[in-house]
Design a protein around this ligand. Structure first.
Ligand code: XBP
Ligand code: MG
Length: 256
C-alpha cells in the first residue's frame, strides 16, 4: 500500500474564491485601461471559464463575441500585453486584501505541515498571482509552505490536460498513489484524474452544477470543527470537516 506523502492544491476556486470578484474584475479593469468596451459580466465570465488560462480566455472571448476585432499589430502580443495589465490589477487587489482563503484552508494547510505532509500547488494561473495570494492571504512566508509551485505557462497544455500535475509530481519525485489532489472545477478534476490522482473537490458558485465525475469526494467546502461541510457526493468516512485523518482514510480507501 502506498503511503500518503503529499497534497497537491489547485489555487483558483480551491484555496480561495478568486474568479468572480478577483480575476473577472481585474480583466475588466485591464480592458477599460486599454480603451476597450469589453465588460465581462458575472454570467458571461462563468461561460468563459470553460477555457483555462487568462490569455487563452481572452482569445476564446474574441472568437465567440468579437469575431471582427482587429488587434493593433500582432494578436498574441496584444493579448499578452492586456494580460500583463490584468495581472498587475489582480495582484494589487490581493495586496489590498481583496480575497480571503476559503473556509478550512488555512487550518488544513497548518495541520498538513505539522503532520509532515509535503505541499505543492498545481494551477493554471500566473505564478505572480500565486505568490500574491499565498503572501497576502495565507501568511507572509506562505510561499515557503509549498515545496513546488507549478503554475501558468510552465507547461504549454493547461488544464484539463494532466501536464501541470505530472510536472509537479516529477519535480517532487512522487507517484500519483502517494498524493491527493484538491480541485474545484470540471477542468481541474479532468486534469488531476487524468494524472492518476485521487481528488477531493470543494465546489463554488461557478462549479456547483458542473459534471465533476471522477472526484473521490465532493464537498461544499473543507469545513471547520465548528462549521461542518456538506457532502455533495461520495463518502466522508465519518468526518464533518476535512483534516489529515480524513485525508489518510480517503487515501487508504483508494490505495489500500
Ligand atoms: C484557473 C484559471 C486561470 C485564472 C486566471 O484555473 O483558469 O486562468 O482564471 O488566471 P485553475 P490567469 O483553478 O483550474 O488552475 O489570468 O493568470 O491565467
Ligand atoms: Mg480551480
Amino acid at each position: 500500500m502506498a503511503e500518503l506523502k503529499a497534497l497537491l492544491f489547485d489555487v483558483d476556486g480551491t484555496l480561495a474564491d478568486t474568479e468572480r470578484d478577483g480575476h473577472r474584475v481585474a480583466f475588466n479593469r485591464a480592458f477599460a485601461d486599454a480603451g476597450l468596451d469589453w465588460d465581462w459580466s458575472v454570467g458571461l465570465y462563468g461561460e468563459l471559464l470553460a477555457v483555462t488560462g487568462g490569455k487563452e480566455r481572452i482569445k476564446h472571448f474574441l472568437a465567440g463575441h468579437r469575431p471582427d476585432f482587429q488587434a493593433p499589430g500582432d494578436l498574441d502580443a496584444f493579448v499578452a500585453g492586456l494580460h500583463k495589465a490584468k495581472t498587475a490589477h489582480y495582484t494589487a487587489m490581493l495586496a489590498e486584501g481583496a480575497v480571503q482563503l476559503r473556509p478550512g484552508v488555512r487550518r488544513l494547510l497548518q495541520e498538513a505541515r505539522a503532520a509532515g505532509l509535503r505541499l505543492a500547488v498545481a494551477t493554471t494561473t500566473t505564478p505572480e498571482n500565486v505568490s500574491a495570494l499565498l503572501t497576502h492571504s495565507l501568511a507572509e512566508d506562505g510561499m515557503d509552505w509549498f515545496e513546488v509551485i507549478a503554475a501558468g505557462d510552465i507547461v504549454p497544455a493547461k488544464k484539463p490536460a494532466p501536464d501541470i500535475y505530472l510536472w509537479a509530481m516529477q519535480k517532487m519525485g512522487l507517484t500519483p498513489a502517494e498524493c491527493l489532489a484538491f480541485e474545484d472545477s470540471r477542468n481541474g478534476v479532468r486534469s488531476s484524474t487524468a494524472a492518476g490522482l485521487t481528488t477531493l473537490v470543494t465546489v463554488n458558485g461557478y462549479t456547483e452544477n458542473e459534471d465533476l465525475s471522477g472526484a473521490a469526494l465532493i464537498l461544499d467546502n473543507f469545513g471547520e470543527p465548528d462549521a461542518p461541510f456538506t457532502v455533495l457526493a461520495g463518502e466522508a468516512l465519518g468526518a464533518d470537516h476535512v483534516d489529515v485523518a480524513l485525508l489518510r482514510r480517503l487515501h487508504a480507501t483508494h490505495h489500500g
